[in-house]
Design a protein around this ligand. Structure first.
Ligand code: ADP
Length: 759
């Protein structure tokens, strides 16, 4: 089988290929470099986790060497860009039916070339049952891990690390999915894992948990009984049938017994009195759809009631549901939620998980990775490689359904730094970075999805243009287009596929897809050019600013920050609005600012936005003014590229060049009164709950008492409502007419939000 390519041939590959519409190497991605494996083999499904390295190109910037040259020489461009290979770590999760285990193991064996690992962490009953098969096929020693430990480890991990992992499902509300923000304190909770059977675990701390009950009536029962009743062996087919059925044709309802509601017990007439109760007496055939629906109700109700009773028995008010049975299926979630609400009278909350089925595999993987000092890292879901929630939805187009019906993918990128909350958040547990929830707001969703679709041509062109020397750039860019386009179409139909849909997640998905096809920084050359131009203007701008009186200068500085350009102010429209439009609180804020007495701030934390004019002629003069007033400045820029945002590495060079022209910046850098830091993010937006730990530590050490957040992505799409414990300034120019209208302003209106926390 070694010679089989993407199209697949050979015995074991055949059985694998029959079931899927994608070539196996698109499912088991990056297998060549897989380093560590974990497998969770349950009664029905196998979940494989592997950690692998991904090699991709990154644009690196490097200062020119000035030694021996005329320092005054006009350098354009201001620095060199070189494209280098970088290796990053990625975690892959793949799920498939146990039937395919041999074929999948064969495929894996044939594609494992570089692995140094000798063991595979295995959990689930199959760790025992398939031990010999795995050892023989993969030639890896099976290291068995305790099922419950893995399950809980995995559950704690997703609850803490994956944004919008847990959600409640409310059938008739809009949106139906309400995602939870990651809460710093997740304990105690009840985990009900619905796999083939059901396990119920009470979890009190990271490593204190107890198996308190279970049931044999679970996912396997639905699958098995469903197959007997409908002659349909495919789980997704069963779900599909169920979604079309009427359970009341099969079930005996309260009204069938009492002729209406049961008044004394307070039971409505529609309540199921007896699952399948009608089938015994009614003299007719029952449709597959109705039977499948009735079965799904029966099992989900039963599990819901069990969960509720155990939660009440142990005084817990939150139940998370794991296991692959639920699969984001509305009928199942609705029934379980209904049942829990009904029996607990609303006291117990049912919460579902986006990665419900992977808990054991994630836990087993983490067990194996314990010696790697996991606290040095953080993880981020890679939207390009993950298949997303609700992938089995019957509304999906057949190819998408066929793919996900058998295989389901999750990919997570390892970030080489721990991410933590900004210590200045007023209430980290209620902080929500995103301003508009597009799952909630259908109009905004339509608008933004169309907007991103329409922008796609431009992004593709830019990507190709950014790599003029590359022969396959056009081909890769086309693949990028297809991938992102299909993500957008999925999101149109399932806005909640990746958690709450936001402008940020749309932007991040685009960045992930660009990276996927080796377009790490399509704006690198544009940024380089703009930085060069802006650096040349810097001395003149500073001279003009210094010539102004204090008040005029403050105004000019703020306007410069807003417009990203001090004197000609780029677009005329911007300056016109700046002059005349006080509606976004600019005048009010100015008065507040003027009225602010007391000493200068101790330390300002500034989140910068764009490269070029914005950072060099907008932010740096402002930084310089703060420094002159005795305020220390932490300038935080993105760790990795996103659009034309200035990156940390670029900011270092820009600062160095400015320091060479300006003694204020020069001495501040030398004396560490101006500190350049990275945010830990590669997004055009800003999540203040996931910031580089080094930055957070510095913010605390220096006692930052002013936060400045600049730009649409960071101050409008995100953080517009972020409440901080110190003074803050959020500023942006609205460069999108729809959004301007939405906010009640005009194109190029100005957001200038100066907030002082309540005493
Ligand atoms: P186990 O570890 O026991 O296999 P899982 O958490 O993997 O448990 O869930 C298995 C159950 O998931 C099955 O019994 C079935 O009800 C459901 N299921 C979801 N998707 C599929 C699928 N594509 N094929 C088979 N069963 C599926």
């Amino acid at each position: 089988m070694a010679e089989r390519g993407a199209s697949g041939s050979g015995s074991s590959g055949d059985s694998l290929d029959k079931s899927i519409t994608l070539p196996p190497d698109e499912i088991f991605r990056n297998l060549e470099n897989a380093k560590r494996f974990a497998i969770d083999i349950g009664g029905s499904l196998t979940k494989l986790a592997y950690y692998s390295t991904v090699q991709h190109k990154v644009a690196r910037v490097r200062s020119f060497d000035y030694s021996g040259k005329d320092a005054e020489q006009d350098h354009e461009p201001p620095y060199e860009i070189s494209v280098q290979e970088e290796v990053t770590a990625r975690l892959h999760f793949v799920k498939f039916e146990n039937t395919y285990i041999e074929a999948c193991l064969d495929f894996i064996k044939d594609h494992l070339v570089n692995t140094e690992t000798k063991v595979i962490q295995a959990t689930g009953g199959g760790a025992y049952k398939f031990k010999d098969l795995i050892e023989e096929k993969l030639r890896l020693r099976v290291d068995k891990e305790d099922v419950m430990t893995c399950l809980i480890k995995g559950c704690n991990f997703v609850l803490k690390n994956i944004p919008h992992e847990a959600f409640v499902y409310q059938k008739d509300s809009d949106p139906e999915f309400k995602f939870q923000t990651n809460h710093p304190n997740i304990f105690p909770y009840l985990l009900v894992n619905i796999g083939s059977g059901v396990s119920i675990v009470k979890v009190e701390t990271e490593d204190r948990f107890e198996w308190i009950g279970g049931s044999s009536i679970g996912g396997g029962t639905f699958w098995g009984l469903g197959a007997l009743l409908t002659k349909t062996k495919k789980f997704d087919e069963l779900l599909h049938l169920a979604s079309k059925g009427q359970h009341a044709n099969v079930d005996m309802l309260v009204q069938d017994v009492y002729g209406g509601a049961h008044q004394t017990l307070g039971l409505s007439g529609n309540l199921i009195a007896s699952s399948f109760g009608k089938s015994a007496t009614a003299d007719r055939e029952f449709s597959k759809e109705d039977m499948a629906k009735s079965l799904l109700h029966m099992i989900s109700n039963d599990i819901g009631q069990l969960a509720c009773l155990y939660a009440k028995l142990h005084c817990l008010d939150r139940v998370y549901f794991g296991g692959f049975f639920i699969r984001g299926h509305p009928v199942t979630m609705r029934t379980i939620t209904y049942s829990i609400n009904f029996f607990s009278k609303g006291e117990v909350q049912a919460l579902f998980l986006r990665h419900e089925g992977y808990l054991g595999a994630i836990g087993a993987f983490l067990k194996g990775a314990e010696q790697d000092n996991p606290n040095q890292y953080s993880w981020g879901e890679n939207y390009a490689g993950s298949s997303g929630l609700m992938s089995s939805s019957p509304e999906l187009c057949p190819t998408q359904r066929a793919r996900s019906g058998t295989f389901d993918l999750l990919e997570m990128d390892r970030l080489e730094r721990p991410l933590v909350n900004l210590p200045l958040l007023l209430d980290p547990s209620s902080y929500v970075p995103d301003t508009v929830d597009l799952t909630d707001d259908a109009l905004a969703r339509k608008y933004w999805l169309t907007c991103f679709e329409e922008a796609l041509d431009g992004v593709v062109k830019r990507a190709v243009a950014s790599q003029p020397g590359s022969v396959d750039a056009a081909e890769r860019a086309e693949k990028f287009r297809q991938k992102y386009w299909s993500k957008l179409q999925t999101l149109r139909h399932q806005p909640f596929a990746y958690g709450t849909l936001t402008v940020r997640s749309l932007l991040d998905t685009r960045e992930h897809c660009l990276n996927e096809f080796n377009f790490p920084d399509p704006y690198s050359k544009v940024k380089q050019k703009e930085n060069g131009v802006a650096l040349k203007c810097f001395p003149r701008v500073i001279r003009c600013l210094d010539a102004l009186g204090w008040e005029e200068r403050q105004l000019a500085l703020v306007k410069g920050l807003l417009a990203g350009n001090v004197f000609d102010w780029g677009a005329k429209a911007v300056s016109d609005v700046l002059e005349s439009d006080p509606q976004f609180g600019f005048e009010e804020a100015k008065m507040k600012l003027q009225g602010r007495d007391g000493p200068p701030h101790k330390c300002a934390l500034i989140f910068a936005d764009n490269s070029g004019i914005d950072v060099i002629l907008g932010v740096f003069p402002f930084v310089r003014e703060l420094l002159s007033r005795g305020t220390e400045v932490i300038l935080a820029c993105n760790s990795g590229p996103a659009l034309n945002d200035v990156t940390y590495c670029e900011s270092l060079i820009v600062a160095e060049r400015i320091a060479a022209m300006d003694p204020v910046v020069h001495s501040a850098l030398r004396e560490e009164r101006l500190l350049l830091m990275q945010t830990g993010s590669s997004s055009p937006c800003l999540d203040l709950s996931r910031l580089d730990k080094g930055l957070a530590v510095l913010v605390r050490e220096r006692g930052a008492d002013l936060v400045v957040i600049e730009g649409m992505g960071r101050a409008v799409h995100t953080n517009y409502y972020a409440a901080l414990r110190c003074e803050s300034l959020k500023l942006a120019v609205i460069k999108n007419s729809w959004l301007a209208e939405r906010l009640g302003g005009r194109l190029f209106s100005v957001i200038f939000k100066y907030e002082v926390p309540a005493e």
